[in-house]
Design a protein around this ligand. Sequence first.
Ligand SMILES: *[C@@H]1O[C@H](CO)[C@@H](O)[C@H](O)[C@H]1NC(C)=O
Ligand SMILES: *[C@@H]1O[C@H](CO)[C@@H](O)[C@H](O)[C@H]1NC(C)=O
Ligand SMILES: *[C@@H]1O[C@H](CO)[C@@H](O)[C@H](O)[C@H]1NC(C)=O
Ligand SMILES: *[C@@H]1O[C@H](CO)[C@@H](O)[C@H](O)[C@H]1NC(C)=O
Ligand SMILES: *[C@@H]1O[C@H](CO)[C@@H](O)[C@H](O)[C@H]1NC(C)=O
Length: 433
Amino acid sequence: MRIKYTISIVFFVALVIIEKENNIISRVSDKMTLKETPQTLLQQNGFSRIVLKDNVSFSSLSKMDSALTMRRLENYSKHQEVIPRGKKHILLLAATRTGSSFVGEFFNQQGDNMFFLFEPLWHVEKMLTLDTGGTNATASAKAFRDVLHQLLLCDFSFLESFIQPLPVDHITTTLFRRESSSSLCDEAVCSPFIKGVFERYHCRTRRCGPLNLTMASQSCLKKEHIAIKSVRVRQLDTLRPLTEDPRLDVRFIQLVRDPRAVLASRMVAFADMYKNWKQWATDGDETIDEDKVRKLKGNCDNIRMSAEVGLSQPPWLRQRYMLVRYEDIARFPMRKASEMFGFTGIPFTRKVRHWILRNTQASKEAGGIYSTQKKSSEQVEKWRFSLPFKIAQVVQDACGPTLKLFGYKFVNSEEMLTNKSISLIEDKVFNFS
Ligand SMILES: *[C@@H]1O[C@H](CO)[C@@H](O)[C@H](O)[C@H]1NC(C)=O
Ligand SMILES: *[C@@H]1O[C@H](CO)[C@@H](O)[C@H](O)[C@H]1NC(C)=O
Ligand SMILES: *[C@@H]1O[C@H](CO)[C@@H](O)[C@H](O)[C@H]1NC(C)=O
Ligand SMILES: *[C@@H]1O[C@H](CO)[C@@H](O)[C@H](O)[C@H]1NC(C)=O
Ligand SMILES: *[C@@H]1O[C@H](CO)[C@@H](O)[C@H](O)[C@H]1NC(C)=O
């Protein structure tokens, strides 16, 4: 009897010990792996598990999402007093090859009171890209939104968790296109140059050491305004929570361009990818890549849907949304830039004007010389002579409603496509306020 008891107790205790050990071992091993990966930072930000290129756990993203939201909400009430008066937060949203780098320069050149970031979401997209080459749109949208939200508050910590390799003590040598943000090459963000440390996207205006994101954040907080350019946000309404943060005064500028021109530009930039399309258009023996047509349609639909949300002026976007066509900026840069600054409530500085004068033919636009204006229109419609008519038709079929919404005229023949006396850009004023 007694022996039986003892045996069972010993057995039970042993079980408990084994169970505990297991727990400890797994916790220790968790910790050990955490140390080596960006998981630590992601976890601090509410990720329960990392979302890496090859190892994706998306259910955790939604957990991260609610954790972040909770903390954000807590902070709203606590930090009300720190809302800087008059500080504007600009998001320049576009698709690729719509001239967004050019338009981004308007803000990058604005001067000392502007903090400008160029494509910070590049890192987020890179890390969330799956083996298939695509991303989970829902999960990416949340990560994009939260990173942008923090960045607009001059907080780089969530972005840091997506930078590879993970920054050490907030120092990184790999921030994408650092040199395209003059704010990141400012005196205030320029740590002493270190010989022998390679920084791929190093500053060109001065010799700086690796980027210290603590310095960047401090500099950002001191600036009057902040602007971020991104080609990665697909749906405007995913950013709605940013408009609900009382610490932010967000303005969205959506930049669009004729999808036929975008495709013509892509076909030059990514010639290999579109080899098949070219053959199809010229010889007619290849079949067109349906997957690419679907993607094209998807992109057009996203752009159109975002614009429809913006133009319908829901209360959350009132006075926060502006739609700009690249074609209008290319033809009338000074007028359009002035409108954009007017919309944002940020001064249109001499520095920006000079930059525009130096980089466009706007000097003549101001003088009203008709021939020059015509010349810029020609420049902006140059694609019409490189894009095969058959492909223009494919775009029109896939993106019809988008073309219509933005006022891009359809072509019904090769002759019309290449007839210089027919403009494909309808005059169109978009209602924004
Ligand atoms: C994630 O990575 C871990 C460790 O590298 C591996 O054991 C696991 O199978 C991976 N999960 C997936 C879904 O690939
Ligand atoms: C909330 O505010 C605290 C104190 O300023 C800060 O440390 C923390 O990062 C903030 N959290 C979020 C999610 O913004
Ligand atoms: C994408 O991520 C969300 C969580 O954010 C998840 O619910 C959904 O199942 C994922 N979709 C795919 C196709 O993996
Ligand atoms: C980065 O900048 C911060 C703020 O100026 C400073 O305290 C910190 O020491 C810098 N980090 C390194 C590694 O130099
Ligand atoms: C180009 O269009 C104009 C105006 O519609 C027309 O008068 C002209 O004949 C066209 N030119 C050619 C070469 O088709």
